[in-house]
Write a protein that binds this ligand. Sequence first.
Ligand code: SF4
Ligand code: SF4
Length: 365
Amino acid sequence: MNMETIAPTHKQEDRKTLVRRISRDSSQRVRLIVQWLFVALNGWLGIQFLLWVRYCERGGFALSVPRPAGAEGWLPIAGFMNTKYLLLTGHVPEIHPAAMVLFIAFVLMSLLIKKAFCSWLCPVGTFSEQLWKLGRHVFGRNLYPPKWVDIPLRGLKYLLLGFFVFVIGAMSAEAIRDFMSTPYGLVADVKMLNFFRDIGQTAAIVIGLLVLVSMLIQNFWCRYLCPYGALFGIASLLSPVKIRRDAEACIDCGKCARACPSSLAVDQLVQIRSVECTACMACVASCPAEGALQFSLVPRKASIPAERWRRRALSPVAVAAVIVFLFLGVVVAAKATGHWQTNLPKEMYIDLVSHAREASHPGLE
Ligand code: SF4
Ligand code: SF4
Protein backbone atom coordinates (compact mmCIF):
# COMPACT_ATOMS: atom_id res chain seq x y z
CA MET A 1 0.00 0.00 0.00
CA ASN A 2 1.07 3.48 -0.81
CA MET A 3 1.35 5.58 2.37
CA GLU A 4 1.78 9.29 2.53
CA THR A 5 0.96 12.13 4.87
CA ILE A 6 -1.29 14.78 3.49
CA ALA A 7 -2.54 18.08 4.71
CA PRO A 8 -6.29 17.71 5.17
CA THR A 9 -8.38 20.32 3.40
CA HIS A 10 -10.84 20.54 6.29
CA LYS A 11 -10.13 22.70 9.29
CA GLN A 12 -8.37 20.37 11.65
CA GLU A 13 -5.18 20.29 13.56
CA ASP A 14 -4.09 16.69 13.10
CA ARG A 15 -2.56 15.33 9.95
CA LYS A 16 -3.77 11.93 8.96
CA THR A 17 -1.90 9.24 7.17
CA LEU A 18 -3.36 8.44 3.80
CA VAL A 19 -3.27 4.79 2.95
CA ARG A 20 -3.99 5.20 -0.71
CA ARG A 21 -6.42 2.84 -2.33
CA ILE A 22 -4.72 0.59 -4.84
CA SER A 23 -7.67 -1.30 -6.29
CA ARG A 24 -9.63 0.56 -8.94
CA ASP A 25 -13.23 1.24 -8.11
CA SER A 26 -15.63 -0.27 -10.63
CA SER A 27 -18.91 0.89 -9.09
CA GLN A 28 -19.70 3.62 -11.62
CA ARG A 29 -18.82 1.40 -14.58
CA VAL A 30 -20.97 -1.48 -13.28
CA ARG A 31 -23.83 0.90 -12.45
CA LEU A 32 -23.68 2.47 -15.90
CA ILE A 33 -23.92 -0.95 -17.53
CA VAL A 34 -26.96 -1.89 -15.40
CA GLN A 35 -28.58 1.49 -16.05
CA TRP A 36 -28.24 1.29 -19.84
CA LEU A 37 -29.26 -2.36 -19.98
CA PHE A 38 -32.45 -1.37 -18.20
CA VAL A 39 -32.96 1.59 -20.54
CA ALA A 40 -32.53 -0.85 -23.45
CA LEU A 41 -35.06 -3.24 -21.89
CA ASN A 42 -37.52 -0.37 -21.52
CA GLY A 43 -36.85 0.73 -25.09
CA TRP A 44 -37.56 -2.77 -26.33
CA LEU A 45 -40.76 -2.97 -24.25
CA GLY A 46 -41.77 0.47 -25.51
CA ILE A 47 -41.37 -0.51 -29.18
CA GLN A 48 -43.28 -3.75 -28.64
CA PHE A 49 -46.03 -1.87 -26.79
CA LEU A 50 -46.30 0.70 -29.56
CA LEU A 51 -46.59 -2.05 -32.20
CA TRP A 52 -49.27 -3.79 -30.16
CA VAL A 53 -51.22 -0.51 -29.81
CA ARG A 54 -50.98 0.06 -33.61
CA TYR A 55 -52.20 -3.49 -34.16
CA CYS A 56 -55.25 -2.81 -31.97
CA GLU A 57 -55.90 0.63 -33.48
CA ARG A 58 -55.93 -0.90 -36.97
CA GLY A 59 -58.50 -3.46 -35.94
CA GLY A 60 -56.06 -6.35 -36.01
CA PHE A 61 -54.79 -5.59 -39.54
CA ALA A 62 -51.15 -4.88 -38.78
CA LEU A 63 -48.09 -6.68 -37.51
CA SER A 64 -49.29 -8.85 -34.64
CA VAL A 65 -47.23 -8.70 -31.45
CA PRO A 66 -48.26 -9.78 -27.96
CA ARG A 67 -48.97 -7.09 -25.38
CA PRO A 68 -45.81 -6.73 -23.24
CA ALA A 69 -46.99 -6.84 -19.62
CA GLY A 70 -43.63 -5.44 -18.50
CA ALA A 71 -44.75 -2.03 -19.79
CA GLU A 72 -46.97 -1.92 -16.70
CA GLY A 73 -43.83 -0.99 -14.80
CA TRP A 74 -44.72 2.53 -15.96
CA LEU A 75 -47.97 2.33 -13.97
CA PRO A 76 -46.77 2.77 -10.39
CA ILE A 77 -50.16 4.06 -9.21
CA ALA A 78 -51.86 0.95 -10.56
CA GLY A 79 -49.12 -1.07 -8.86
CA PHE A 80 -49.80 0.70 -5.58
CA MET A 81 -53.58 0.17 -5.87
CA ASN A 82 -53.17 -3.50 -6.77
CA THR A 83 -50.80 -4.07 -3.87
CA LYS A 84 -53.46 -2.71 -1.55
CA TYR A 85 -56.03 -4.99 -3.23
CA LEU A 86 -53.73 -7.98 -2.64
CA LEU A 87 -53.23 -7.05 1.02
CA LEU A 88 -56.98 -6.59 1.60
CA THR A 89 -58.24 -9.66 -0.24
CA GLY A 90 -55.31 -12.06 -0.43
CA HIS A 91 -56.01 -12.36 -4.17
CA VAL A 92 -53.77 -11.27 -7.00
CA PRO A 93 -55.70 -8.76 -9.12
CA GLU A 94 -56.51 -9.80 -12.69
CA ILE A 95 -56.01 -6.37 -14.25
CA HIS A 96 -52.42 -5.09 -14.39
CA PRO A 97 -50.89 -7.73 -12.08
CA ALA A 98 -47.43 -6.98 -13.55
CA ALA A 99 -47.69 -3.39 -12.28
CA MET A 100 -48.13 -4.81 -8.78
CA VAL A 101 -45.36 -7.40 -9.14
CA LEU A 102 -42.86 -4.76 -10.24
CA PHE A 103 -44.03 -2.30 -7.58
CA ILE A 104 -43.43 -4.94 -4.88
CA ALA A 105 -40.04 -5.86 -6.38
CA PHE A 106 -38.86 -2.23 -6.27
CA VAL A 107 -40.09 -1.74 -2.70
CA LEU A 108 -38.25 -4.93 -1.68
CA MET A 109 -35.15 -3.60 -3.42
CA SER A 110 -35.34 -0.42 -1.34
CA LEU A 111 -35.79 -2.39 1.86
CA LEU A 112 -32.63 -4.36 1.08
CA ILE A 113 -30.21 -1.97 -0.63
CA LYS A 114 -31.46 1.59 -0.12
CA LYS A 115 -32.92 3.53 -3.06
CA ALA A 116 -30.80 1.58 -5.54
CA PHE A 117 -33.79 1.48 -7.88
CA CYS A 118 -33.42 5.22 -8.45
CA SER A 119 -29.74 5.28 -9.39
CA TRP A 120 -29.30 1.79 -10.85
CA LEU A 121 -32.57 0.98 -12.65
CA CYS A 122 -35.03 3.82 -13.14
CA PRO A 123 -34.73 5.18 -16.72
CA VAL A 124 -35.92 8.59 -15.48
CA GLY A 125 -33.08 8.54 -12.94
CA THR A 126 -30.62 7.54 -15.66
CA PHE A 127 -31.68 10.39 -17.95
CA SER A 128 -31.72 12.84 -15.02
CA GLU A 129 -28.13 11.87 -14.24
CA GLN A 130 -27.05 12.27 -17.85
CA LEU A 131 -28.79 15.66 -18.01
CA TRP A 132 -26.98 17.15 -15.01
CA LYS A 133 -23.68 15.75 -16.31
CA LEU A 134 -24.43 17.35 -19.69
CA GLY A 135 -25.38 20.59 -17.92
CA ARG A 136 -22.08 20.57 -16.02
CA HIS A 137 -20.27 20.06 -19.31
CA VAL A 138 -22.19 22.82 -21.13
CA PHE A 139 -22.43 25.42 -18.36
CA GLY A 140 -19.25 24.47 -16.53
CA ARG A 141 -21.06 23.72 -13.27
CA ASN A 142 -24.31 22.69 -11.64
CA LEU A 143 -26.36 24.86 -9.32
CA TYR A 144 -26.93 23.96 -5.67
CA PRO A 145 -30.01 25.61 -4.17
CA PRO A 146 -29.42 27.04 -0.69
CA LYS A 147 -30.75 24.95 2.22
CA TRP A 148 -33.75 27.23 2.80
CA VAL A 149 -34.88 26.51 -0.76
CA ASP A 150 -33.69 22.91 -0.98
CA ILE A 151 -35.35 21.54 2.16
CA PRO A 152 -38.91 22.81 1.50
CA LEU A 153 -38.61 21.73 -2.16
CA ARG A 154 -37.60 18.23 -1.06
CA GLY A 155 -40.88 18.09 0.86
CA LEU A 156 -42.88 18.38 -2.39
CA LYS A 157 -42.39 14.74 -3.32
CA TYR A 158 -43.72 13.67 0.10
CA LEU A 159 -46.79 15.89 -0.39
CA LEU A 160 -47.41 14.15 -3.72
CA LEU A 161 -46.86 10.74 -2.12
CA GLY A 162 -49.19 11.75 0.74
CA PHE A 163 -51.86 12.67 -1.79
CA PHE A 164 -51.68 9.23 -3.44
CA VAL A 165 -51.58 7.44 -0.09
CA PHE A 166 -54.63 9.43 1.02
CA VAL A 167 -56.64 8.72 -2.13
CA ILE A 168 -55.67 5.05 -2.47
CA GLY A 169 -55.84 4.54 1.30
CA ALA A 170 -59.49 5.58 1.23
CA MET A 171 -60.37 3.04 -1.51
CA SER A 172 -61.91 -0.29 -0.63
CA ALA A 173 -60.93 -3.50 -2.44
CA GLU A 174 -64.21 -3.30 -4.39
CA ALA A 175 -63.53 0.29 -5.39
CA ILE A 176 -60.06 -0.66 -6.66
CA ARG A 177 -61.44 -3.61 -8.62
CA ASP A 178 -64.23 -1.47 -10.09
CA PHE A 179 -61.78 1.27 -11.10
CA MET A 180 -59.43 -1.21 -12.76
CA SER A 181 -62.37 -2.65 -14.69
CA THR A 182 -63.40 0.68 -16.22
CA PRO A 183 -62.33 1.32 -19.84
CA TYR A 184 -59.82 3.85 -18.48
CA GLY A 185 -58.37 1.42 -15.92
CA LEU A 186 -58.13 -1.44 -18.44
CA VAL A 187 -55.99 0.59 -20.85
CA ALA A 188 -54.34 3.05 -18.44
CA ASP A 189 -50.98 2.19 -20.07
CA VAL A 190 -52.35 3.08 -23.52
CA LYS A 191 -53.74 6.34 -22.13
CA MET A 192 -50.28 7.20 -20.87
CA LEU A 193 -48.72 6.42 -24.24
CA ASN A 194 -51.35 8.60 -25.94
CA PHE A 195 -50.52 11.46 -23.59
CA PHE A 196 -46.99 11.51 -25.02
CA ARG A 197 -48.04 10.75 -28.62
CA ASP A 198 -50.51 13.62 -28.68
CA ILE A 199 -48.73 15.88 -26.27
CA GLY A 200 -50.23 19.35 -25.85
CA GLN A 201 -48.33 22.61 -25.94
CA THR A 202 -48.51 23.17 -22.17
CA ALA A 203 -47.28 19.68 -21.34
CA ALA A 204 -44.45 20.00 -23.88
CA ILE A 205 -43.36 23.32 -22.34
CA VAL A 206 -43.45 21.82 -18.82
CA ILE A 207 -41.33 18.84 -19.93
CA GLY A 208 -38.93 21.18 -21.75
CA LEU A 209 -38.54 23.25 -18.59
CA LEU A 210 -37.97 20.13 -16.52
CA VAL A 211 -35.21 19.06 -18.92
CA LEU A 212 -33.57 22.48 -18.68
CA VAL A 213 -33.76 22.63 -14.88
CA SER A 214 -32.46 19.04 -14.71
CA MET A 215 -29.36 20.20 -16.59
CA LEU A 216 -28.77 22.87 -13.97
CA ILE A 217 -29.71 21.07 -10.75
CA GLN A 218 -28.60 17.51 -10.04
CA ASN A 219 -31.47 15.00 -10.20
CA PHE A 220 -34.09 17.77 -10.02
CA TRP A 221 -37.07 15.50 -10.71
CA CYS A 222 -35.90 12.71 -8.39
CA ARG A 223 -34.88 15.04 -5.56
CA TYR A 224 -37.94 17.27 -5.49
CA LEU A 225 -40.87 15.81 -7.37
CA CYS A 226 -40.90 12.02 -7.68
CA PRO A 227 -43.42 10.43 -5.27
CA TYR A 228 -42.18 6.96 -6.26
CA GLY A 229 -38.68 7.91 -5.06
CA ALA A 230 -40.19 9.37 -1.88
CA LEU A 231 -41.80 6.02 -1.12
CA PHE A 232 -38.57 4.11 -1.81
CA GLY A 233 -36.69 6.58 0.39
CA ILE A 234 -38.98 5.81 3.33
CA ALA A 235 -38.64 2.06 2.71
CA SER A 236 -34.86 2.47 2.47
CA LEU A 237 -34.69 3.56 6.11
CA LEU A 238 -35.00 -0.15 6.97
CA SER A 239 -32.16 -1.19 4.69
CA PRO A 240 -29.40 -3.03 6.58
CA VAL A 241 -26.82 -1.94 4.00
CA LYS A 242 -25.64 1.65 4.13
CA ILE A 243 -22.77 3.82 3.05
CA ARG A 244 -20.45 3.64 6.07
CA ARG A 245 -17.27 5.51 6.87
CA ASP A 246 -14.29 4.41 8.93
CA ALA A 247 -13.28 7.65 10.67
CA GLU A 248 -9.79 6.22 11.37
CA ALA A 249 -8.97 5.48 7.75
CA CYS A 250 -10.69 8.65 6.51
CA ILE A 251 -8.40 11.61 5.84
CA ASP A 252 -11.22 14.19 5.84
CA CYS A 253 -10.58 15.27 2.29
CA GLY A 254 -14.28 15.87 1.61
CA LYS A 255 -14.17 14.31 -1.87
CA CYS A 256 -17.08 11.98 -1.07
CA ALA A 257 -19.37 14.84 -0.07
CA ARG A 258 -18.47 16.78 -3.21
CA ALA A 259 -19.17 13.73 -5.37
CA CYS A 260 -22.56 13.01 -3.79
CA PRO A 261 -25.37 14.01 -6.16
CA SER A 262 -27.74 14.08 -3.19
CA SER A 263 -25.53 16.66 -1.42
CA LEU A 264 -25.12 14.49 1.67
CA ALA A 265 -22.40 15.23 4.23
CA VAL A 266 -20.76 11.86 3.70
CA ASP A 267 -17.43 13.11 5.05
CA GLN A 268 -18.93 14.04 8.41
CA LEU A 269 -21.11 11.04 9.18
CA VAL A 270 -20.17 7.50 10.08
CA GLN A 271 -23.14 6.12 8.20
CA ILE A 272 -25.66 7.51 5.75
CA ARG A 273 -29.20 6.88 6.91
CA SER A 274 -30.70 9.62 4.75
CA VAL A 275 -33.78 8.92 2.64
CA GLU A 276 -31.98 10.78 -0.14
CA CYS A 277 -29.15 8.24 -0.49
CA THR A 278 -29.64 6.34 -3.75
CA ALA A 279 -26.80 3.87 -3.23
CA CYS A 280 -25.13 5.26 -6.36
CA MET A 281 -21.70 4.71 -4.74
CA ALA A 282 -20.30 7.85 -6.35
CA CYS A 283 -18.92 8.74 -2.92
CA VAL A 284 -17.15 5.38 -2.61
CA ALA A 285 -15.72 5.78 -6.12
CA SER A 286 -14.27 9.19 -5.25
CA CYS A 287 -12.65 8.18 -1.96
CA PRO A 288 -8.85 7.96 -2.16
CA ALA A 289 -8.31 6.21 1.20
CA GLU A 290 -8.15 2.44 1.55
CA GLY A 291 -11.20 1.15 3.45
CA ALA A 292 -12.45 4.59 4.50
CA LEU A 293 -15.81 4.36 2.81
CA GLN A 294 -17.91 1.43 1.72
CA PHE A 295 -21.43 0.20 1.10
CA SER A 296 -21.52 -2.06 4.09
CA LEU A 297 -23.68 -4.35 6.16
CA VAL A 298 -22.12 -3.38 9.47
CA PRO A 299 -20.84 -0.12 10.92
CA ARG A 300 -17.16 0.25 11.69
CA LYS A 301 -16.66 -0.42 15.41
CA ALA A 302 -13.53 -0.54 17.50
CA SER A 303 -14.27 -4.21 18.21
CA ILE A 304 -14.15 -5.09 14.51
CA PRO A 305 -10.66 -5.11 12.99
CA ALA A 306 -10.41 -2.92 9.90
CA GLU A 307 -9.53 -5.87 7.66
CA ARG A 308 -12.61 -7.83 8.76
CA TRP A 309 -14.82 -4.76 8.34
CA ARG A 310 -13.61 -4.24 4.81
CA ARG A 311 -14.62 -7.78 3.97
CA ARG A 312 -18.23 -6.89 4.92
CA ALA A 313 -18.47 -4.39 2.07
CA LEU A 314 -21.02 -4.98 -0.65
CA SER A 315 -19.15 -4.81 -3.94
CA PRO A 316 -20.71 -3.11 -6.99
CA VAL A 317 -21.04 -6.51 -8.64
CA ALA A 318 -22.89 -7.82 -5.56
CA VAL A 319 -25.26 -4.81 -5.68
CA ALA A 320 -25.90 -5.46 -9.37
CA ALA A 321 -26.47 -9.16 -8.63
CA VAL A 322 -29.05 -8.35 -5.90
CA ILE A 323 -30.86 -6.01 -8.30
CA VAL A 324 -30.89 -8.45 -11.20
CA PHE A 325 -31.79 -11.43 -8.98
CA LEU A 326 -34.71 -9.55 -7.37
CA PHE A 327 -35.97 -8.13 -10.63
CA LEU A 328 -35.74 -11.33 -12.67
CA GLY A 329 -36.79 -13.46 -9.67
CA VAL A 330 -40.15 -11.75 -9.20
CA VAL A 331 -40.83 -11.57 -12.93
CA VAL A 332 -40.09 -15.28 -13.47
CA ALA A 333 -42.11 -16.24 -10.36
CA ALA A 334 -45.06 -14.12 -11.52
CA LYS A 335 -44.93 -15.62 -15.01
CA ALA A 336 -44.63 -19.17 -13.67
CA THR A 337 -47.66 -18.73 -11.41
CA GLY A 338 -49.78 -17.00 -14.06
CA HIS A 339 -49.76 -13.62 -12.31
CA TRP A 340 -48.06 -11.57 -14.97
CA GLN A 341 -50.35 -11.05 -17.95
CA THR A 342 -53.69 -9.24 -17.98
CA ASN A 343 -55.82 -11.77 -19.83
CA LEU A 344 -58.41 -9.84 -21.80
CA PRO A 345 -59.81 -11.11 -25.15
CA LYS A 346 -58.09 -9.66 -28.22
CA GLU A 347 -61.38 -8.21 -29.54
CA MET A 348 -61.90 -6.33 -26.29
CA TYR A 349 -58.44 -4.77 -26.47
CA ILE A 350 -59.00 -3.78 -30.11
CA ASP A 351 -62.20 -2.01 -29.11
CA LEU A 352 -60.74 -0.35 -26.00
CA VAL A 353 -57.44 0.76 -27.55
CA SER A 354 -59.01 2.28 -30.67
CA HIS A 355 -61.51 4.18 -28.54
CA ALA A 356 -58.82 5.27 -26.04
CA ARG A 357 -57.34 7.60 -28.67
CA GLU A 358 -60.58 8.58 -30.33
CA ALA A 359 -62.05 9.68 -27.00
CA SER A 360 -59.49 12.43 -26.47
CA HIS A 361 -58.66 13.13 -30.16
CA PRO A 362 -61.70 12.39 -32.32
CA GLY A 363 -59.90 13.42 -35.51
CA LEU A 364 -57.04 10.98 -35.12
CA GLU A 365 -56.90 7.56 -36.71
S1 SF4 B 1 -24.13 9.05 -0.04
FE1 SF4 B 1 -22.95 8.03 -1.63
S2 SF4 B 1 -24.28 6.41 -2.36
FE2 SF4 B 1 -25.58 7.84 -1.20
S3 SF4 B 1 -26.36 9.24 -2.79
FE3 SF4 B 1 -24.49 10.17 -1.94
S4 SF4 B 1 -22.87 9.50 -3.35
FE4 SF4 B 1 -24.64 8.16 -3.72
S1 SF4 C 1 -14.47 9.07 3.35
FE1 SF4 C 1 -14.73 11.00 2.25
S2 SF4 C 1 -13.58 12.47 3.45
FE2 SF4 C 1 -12.90 10.45 4.10
S3 SF4 C 1 -11.13 9.99 2.83
FE3 SF4 C 1 -12.87 9.13 1.79
S4 SF4 C 1 -13.52 10.75 0.38
FE4 SF4 C 1 -12.15 11.71 1.88
